[in-house]
Design a protein around this ligand. Sequence first.
Ligand code: PLP
Length: 403
Amino acid sequence: MKDDIPKFRKWPIWTDEDVEAVADVVRTGQWWCGAPESHAGEQVWKFQEEFAKFQEVKHAFACTNGTHAIEIALMALGIGIGDEVIVSDWTFLASGSAVISVNAVPIFCDINPETFLMDPVILESLITERTKAIICVHLGGMPCEMDLIMEIARKFNLKVIEDCAHAHGSKYKGKMVGTWGDCGTFSFQASKVITAGEGGAIVCNDEVLAKKIYSVLDSGRLPGKWFYDHFSYGSDFRLGEMNAALLRVQLKRYPQQLKLRNNNALYMNEKLSEIPGVHPQKRDNDVNSCAQYVYPVYFDPDFFGGIGYKKMYEELEKAQIPADACYPPLHSLDLFKDINLMPNVDYNNANWGGEKSNPEKFKNIEKIHANAFELDHRIFLSDKKALDYVVETIKKIKKKYNI
Ligand SMILES: Cc1ncc(COP(=O)(O)O)c(C=O)c1O
């Protein structure tokens, strides 16, 4: 049996080039980016230019991590105490906790049961007088229906932050994610498709917003001004030079990996869709490219003897397939059972907390999450033999339980 198990790609992928890039920074002694005019270091500034070019956007700002990237975006957009921000319910904690960190109130939006992404119709139904912004999440790298989301945002005068932590280089209707809304945020944490262990970025096209992001990220400074002049409130969210040097090498390699992941995911879609009761995340025809950080799959319990995600995960693990259970819905986390998280913030409108965290209100995600698993992106960097092994294993699991 052991011999049948294909070799899945290891992650992260690195070569001597990555090692040398970091070692070069160590040797120069310029370990932080400083301001561009002081020439303290150049890796962060160059990475920002290169990432902006890759994401087809005017400005990119590197920062400490993807959680801070969302927090910086919220601060730069002026979201603050008591403002409501509508967030997709199926995401990593950070998309919701960032809202708490600026003393605003996250409102969780149920998903479309086919795309697993924020449902625009449900989104519109959650808007109140206090709503100021939307955080949509391109889960697994799959772009949200950005044209519809932007239409709603314009109608109600709302800011839009695209959480692109999974979606480097994903494209919808010919336009990169992160460039539809006011800004896009990225993560370069260890498991992400471009990584330096930790790191993040914010991208935007608007000049005024770009200046604000620069200031929030770098202690209220402004480009070209004296180092000890601080013009507004900001903190230190700067990325270090070693991380940026590593990211530059990872980014150079990325377009080829993106293509491979994308093509292999299309092959997997085709194969899995042939199995009755198996439903991979729906990919709209308007999706030009998908980063496929994870590949979420819903399996209908009627075809799998009623087993839930835990049993399925156990079976995939036994077969040594790089897979995982999916994120628990945000509304179900213990954190959001407490309705008084921050002092002096009015959480009365929150659609979570105590009785309000009732699963009945989040029907789609409750149903999908109970019977979903996600395949790791390493599978999509592997060869066809590895992809076929995953498909055959899922068929075997179905046969085992579909009595
Ligand atoms: C959707 C999403 N947003 C934000 C983040 C936060 O990124 P980081 O771990 O770099 O803080 C993550 C990380 O897993 C994520 O998956």
